[in-house]
Design a protein around this ligand. Structure first.
Ligand code: DX5
Ligand code: ZN
Length: 213
């Protein structure tokens, strides 16, 4: 069964506890989008809010770092309670740095995820697929919630399924997920669906979460 990861980016930050309480019993993950205004043209939040979220829910905390130099900040997110830290392939300059970051996360008992933007082909991930716990396929340009799903994500999900073989990574998709695009992704073999505006713009969040399964 697919796992659902509501994205906190679409929550009401002045009422975060109430919004977390409205979803936490119905979803497996909570998706936490970190943006630095450098890797992406938007700024969201840092690790101190994650630390507070960790105290009010037991969900698996799925941290999506849309930042330059993720290795520099990984420890802060680990300390704040991340269960998974996903960084961007495009934020890294050398293959050896990617291996180092994955190893660093594993040494600290945190799952390691790697993400690709819509223009980046799946093949660049081949050297890392044996080591990562999750691959995050971006189905919008990272930076903002509420954008439309880019259909090329479907081919990437299928390709990652075909490539998996005996490997154990999960495939997650992020951006423009609603009941229709969720079904397309499920049919392609996705394991985790991130959804922000689709869930948080509605009052009956349980119903909208269930509509994605
Ligand atoms: C985009 C973020 C997404 C975003 C998705 O940069 O990574 O997690 O919150 O939002 P929706 O579901 O509204 O497209
Ligand atoms: Zn995200």
């Amino acid at each position: 069964m697919v796992k659902i990861a509501p994205s906190v980016l679409s929550a009401n930050f002045a009422n975060l506890q109430k919004d977390i309480n409205s979803i936490k019993d119905y979803c497996e993950y909570i998706h936490y989008d970190v943006m630095d205004g450098h890797f992406v043209p938007n700024v969201s939040f840092g690790y101190s809010i994650l630390n507070d979220l960790n105290k009010i829910c037991d969900n698996y905390l799925d941290v999506h770092l849309m930042i330059s130099d993720p290795l520099k900040y990984a420890q802060n997110f680990i300390d704040a309670g991340a269960d998974l830290v996903t960084f961007h392939y495009e934020a890294m300059n050398h293959e050896k740095d990617i291996h180092e970051l994955i190893q660093y996360l594993h040494d600290h008992h945190v799952d390691a995820g790697i993400s690709i933007k819509p223009q980046t082909p799946v093949e660049v991930l081949l050297p890392f697929l044996d080591d990562v716990d999750l691959v995050l396929v971006m189905s919008v340009e990272p930076g903002f919630g509420g954008q439309s799903f880019i259909p090329s994500a479907i081919d990437k999900i299928q390709k990652l399924c075909d490539l998996r073989g005996a490997r154990t990574y999960l495939i997650e998709v992020d951006g423009g997920i609603n009941a229709v695009t969720a079904k397309m992704c499920r049919d392609a073999g996705v394991d985790v669906l991130v959804a922000g505006s689709y869930i948080f713009k509605e009052k009956d969040r349980k119903k909208y979460i269930e509509a994605l399964r």
